[in-house]
Design a protein around this ligand. Structure first.
Ligand code: GTP
Ligand code: MG
Length: 177
């Protein structure tokens, strides 16, 4: 039995990573957020899977743009699952998801997170599905809104579940050229 779960959020600047974490913790949308949230720990008894869960935020400014920090080094920071966040109203942030995946070797399950669903009428699934189908490490994708609190607890539940009950093969070097 695993003793804890460590969730990392990465993504382009301003897609709402820090807001997602703050919305989960305070159950309301924060008007202002720091660039990066402090690491938080959710006690076992309030998580659906009864496992202490750490949530770690990375500012897009420091890692995503420069790509100094690869998923590999992120997982060396003991991440068990990585949520790659994009904004559903920002095409560039979706393209970055694809680019980032292409350059990385994945050792943990990944979750694609389309934030700011309150700003659009249409779903981003059509764009994201082809990316998802390319990578077996992507456990699931979810559209959510830090602002409306839509799918926020679900998102963190999916992340927890991806670690505790993975469905896909995680690391298949022979499949990658
Ligand atoms: P970096 O730390 O710079 O990488 O950005 P971030 O991904 O942490 O984004 P942050 O949480 O700072 O949010 C960026 C902006 O988007 C802020 O103005 C938020 O208020 C806004 N925002 C975040 N989530 C949502 C959302 O679900 N809906 C809407 N409409 N705005 C949001
Ligand atoms: Mg931030």
């Amino acid at each position: 039995m695993r003793k804890d779960v460590r969730i990392l959020l990465v993504g382009e600047p301003k897609v709402g990573k820090t807001s997602l974490i703050m919305s989960l913790v305070s159950e309301e949308f924060p008007d202002e957020v720091p660039l990066r949230a402090e690491e938080i720990t959710i006690p076992a008894d309030v998580t659906p899977e009864r496992v202490p869960t750490h949530i770690v935020d990375y500012s897009g400014r420091t890692i995503w743009l420069t790509q100094q920090l690869s998923l590999r080094s992120l997982t060396q920071k003991r991440a068990n699952v990585i949520c790659i966040v994009y904004s559903v109203n920002n095409k560039k942030s979706i393209e970055k998801v694809g680019l980032f995946l292409l350059e990385q070797i994945h050792q943990v399950p990944l979750i694609l997170v389309g934030n700011k669903s309150d700003l659009v009428e249409h779903s981003s699934m059509e764009t994201i599905l082809p990316i998802m189908n390319q990578y077996s490490e992507i456990e699931t994708c979810v559209e959510c809104s830090a602002k409306n609190l839509k799918n926020i607890s679900e998102l963190f539940y999916y992340a927890q579940k991806a670690v505790l009950h993975p469905t896909g093969p995680l690391y298949c070097p022979e499949e990658k050229e």
